[in-house]
Design a protein around this ligand. Sequence first.
Ligand SMILES: C[S@@+](CC[C@H](N)C(=O)[O-])C[C@H]1O[C@@H](n2cnc3c(N)ncnc32)[C@H](O)[C@@H]1O
Length: 249
Amino acid sequence: MDDTWHLYTDLAWLWPMWGDAASEYAHYCQHVTSLIQHYARRPTGTLLDMGCGGGKNVLNLKRQFNVTGVDLSPTMLEQAKDLNPECSFVQGDMRTVRLDRTFDAVLMDDAISYMSCLADFVAAFRTASAHLNPGGVLIATPDVTTETFQQNKTIATPAARTGTWDGLDVVFIENVYDPDPADEQYETTVLYLIRDHGHLRIEMDHWTMGLFSIAIWRRVLRETGFEVREEQYVAAEDEYTVFACVKTR
Ligand SMILES: C[S@@+](CC[C@H](N)C(=O)[O-])C[C@H]1O[C@@H](n2cnc3c(N)ncnc32)[C@H](O)[C@@H]1O
C-alpha cells in the first residue's frame, strides 16, 4: 500500500485534537529541558525542533529556549506558527535542510520515525549535527526500537475536548505492524473516525516508518559526531530511551 499524508495536509486540522499540547507534551518537554541543561557544555539559549509538526513541543520548550522549528509540511507549519507566533519556522526536509545558522540544542522527536531506511536515518542526524554548536546537545527519542516494538499494537484515542470543535466527535485508531521483521521498516495505519453532528466519515493514513535497534541508534549517533548518553523517560505505562548526545566535532 502506498503511503498517504492526509494528517499533514488536508486532514491537518485534526492534529490539534490528537492529544492536548499543554498537558500531554509539557512533562516530556520538562524532561528534555533538564537533559539539555545537564549535558550541555555551553550556555543553552537556542533550540531547533526538527520535524516540529503543529508546534506542540515548541509551545512547551519556548519557555526555556528561543525556538526555531523545521518541518516538511507547510500546513503543519501554519499551525505551529498560530500556536507560537513569537517563534521562527522554516519549511524543509530534515534529511537535507541546511539553515544558515547553528543552535545550542536540537530536538529530534517523533518525526524521526519517518526515516524509513538507514540512509535517511543517517542523513537526519547529519542535519542535526550540522545545526549544533560544539558542546551543544541533541535530544533524540525513538517512538520504538526493535527491542520495544509491539506487533499489532493498537491504540484508540478519543479527541481531546479542549478546543472549539462544536458538533465534532473524532476518534484516532492507530495500529503498528511489521510485515517483515528482517528489514528496517514497519507500518503505521491510522483510522480517523470523524463524526460531524453524528454523521460518520472514515478517513485513513498509512505510513512506512523506520525501525532500528538500540545498537544501530548508538552507532549512527556516534558516527555522526556525538558523544552518546542514554536516559529513560516514563509516560503512563510506556518507557522510552532518550538519547542525550553532546556534539564533539
Ligand atoms: C507527529 S508530527 C510531529 C508533531 C510534533 N512533535 C509536535 O510537537 O506537534 C510528525 C511530523 O513529521 C514531519 N515530517 C515527516 N517527514 C519529515 C521530513 N523528512 N522532514 C521534516 N519533517 C518531516 C511531518 O510533516 C509531521 O509534521
